[in-house]
Design a protein around this ligand. Sequence first.
Ligand SMILES: C[S@@+](CC[C@H](N)C(=O)[O-])C[C@H]1O[C@@H](n2cnc3c(N)ncnc32)[C@H](O)[C@@H]1O
Length: 217
Amino acid sequence: MHKVEFENVTLYNADCRDVLPLMSEVDAVISDPPYGMAWDGKVTRGKNGTGKTGPTKHHGKTILHDNEPFDPAPWVNFDRVILWGSNHFGCRLPVGTTLVWLKRYDEGFGSFLSDAEVAWMKGGHGVYCKRDVSLQGESKERVHPTQKPISLMSWCLDLAKVPQKATVLDPYMGSGTTGIACIRTGRKFIGVEKDPEYFATACKRIEQELSQPVLVL
Ligand SMILES: C[S@@+](CC[C@H](N)C(=O)[O-])C[C@H]1O[C@@H](n2cnc3c(N)ncnc32)[C@H](O)[C@@H]1O
């Protein structure tokens, strides 16, 4: 296990199930885990503002543990929880609120690519949507094959009513998007990533974010 600390941010290069016993001070779990869909590393993007798809690229690697069913059990007992990809493991979750990320413009709907992604939020039973098309097409912002937009993760923090200065855990942080959302909105962050390459990407993004002038929204 490797640990890197910044002001209000702690990052672990580890298997999250191994560091779970250290997580006693966590107020919310906001995460985008491996979905258990055995993704083959191929990425096909939609073309901005069209119903068409772009070329397919092979990303060169798969997502760790994506070839096994995801078990949400270790995370659902925290007070506030949001887990993306819940359509893949909903049978192992209690009833809750559904969040929908509309990732395409209306004109892009109906190709064989997904128009949206779905998350489960602990408690309630409503359905809430956010449109963010910033990662459509070949975006310069993209540093992880299943990256989420920063604004989407900030929306999650507000929907889950995570107080300012509370501590948010993302046990599957990938490139650290949830961490950047926490920094921008005045929450503390603990991130865990097992893949050393994505861990290094997360450290770099978070270091860059912390070097920006502070603007807490
Ligand atoms: C769906 S991706 C998250 C991407 C993230 N939302 C982003 O914006 O970059 C899930 C991540 O969990 C990591 N992972 C899978 N199993 C893990 C485990 N047991 N412990 C820690 N990280 C794990 C994978 O390497 C992958 O980067």
